[in-house]
Design a protein around this ligand. Structure first.
Ligand code: GLN
Length: 289
């Protein structure tokens, strides 16, 4: 990318960048190149394809060069563009929040379809981060309301921006605090959570992109299960009689989490949902009869 701007077209810069990203060990090099160029040009990826031969202006090239440099340093695409799509909505993200993952949509879809049967459902999202789970639920369910809890004030700022962006701010309260502490004994039809679940000692071995995400949102203590222990201990008190809890878990954690529930006096596991890769990803709990 040291040649003059006249020489670079959309097509040639994508080829060059895709190759460069591949050499840097990036998993979806071509896709990332396209997403970043769309972002810089303010156009869709389709626009790139139908304008392959269009030359880039010098200022476009300069801006693109900056983002390519960042991506080559393994900064996640979503932190560069500032957005990540989840449940068909664009969420604002920054390094204070975990980037929503497609697998978490399994949890959101399940909660949405179950709560569709409930009149005026009330939902708590524990460790909300960007707010992606709760906000997508409020967006789908016009009569729902909820509380988004996070220990990080910086994360809650992002959740609040996303609530406004998706027009659900009048039905969402953001509360800062540790797990259930800010809920003042209220009860909910659903408690949803994607808590930190990575084994603490493994956080440093994660992909460089994941290591850009907040440690606070990743590390689940010595065995990765610390937050499930606490959620299972204190969460039953926050459920309405017919309410449910939907917890995302890491690979191999569904059964241990179900066991923790089985050992608790007030909760039981009712279902385990698999993700797109066939991995047990979401544990559903209900109050014991
Ligand atoms: N899904 C994330 C990852 O494996 C972890 C998120 C979490 O700890 N809840 O990269």
């Amino acid at each position: 990318m040291t040649t003059t701007s006249e020489q670079w077209t959309i097509g040639s810069i994508l080829t060059w960048t895709g190759q460069y990203f591949r050499e840097k060990g990036i998993s979806n090099p071509r896709l990332d190149a396209e997403v970043l160029l769309s972002h810089i040009l303010g156009k869709s990826r389709l626009h790139l394809y139908v304008n392959f031969d269009q030359p880039l202006e010098a200022r476009e090239l300069a801006a693109f060069r900056e983002v390519v440099k960042k991506r080559a340093q393994r900064v996640p695409v979503a932190y560069i563009t500032g957005y990540k799509e989840f449940m068909g909505l664009d969420f604002i993200v920054n390094p204070h929040v975990l980037i929503p993952r497609p697998d978490t949509e399994i949890l959101a879809e399940y909660a949405a379809s179950r709560l569709a049967q409930t009149v005026n459902p009330c939902i708590a999202d524990i460790g909300t981060g960007s707010g992606a789970i709760l906000i997508s639920l409020l967006h789908k369910l016009a009569a729902a309301a909820g509380i988004a809890v996070d220990i990080s004030g910086d994360a809650l700022k992002v959740a609040q921006q996303n609530a406004v962006r998706h027009g659900v701010e009048s039905r969402l309260q953001c509360k800062q605090g540790d797990l259930f502490a800010p809920l003042d004994g209220q009860t909910f039809d659903a408690v949803v959570a994607n808590p930190p679940y990575i084994v603490a000692a493994e956080v440093d071995n994660l992909e460089p992109e994941v290591r850009c995400e907040p440690h606070l949102a990743l590390s689940g203590g010595k065995d990765g299960l610390d937050f499930y222990r606490r959620i299972i201990k204190d969460g039953a008190a926050c459920l309405k009689p017919q309410g449910f809890m939907a917890l995302e878990v890491g690979m191999g954690q569904a059964r241990p989490v179900a066991d923790l529930a089985a050992q608790s006096p007030r909760l039981r596991m009712t279902e385990i949902l698999k993700d797109y890769g066939g991995i047990e990803r979401v544990v559903i709990l209900a109050l014991s009869e």
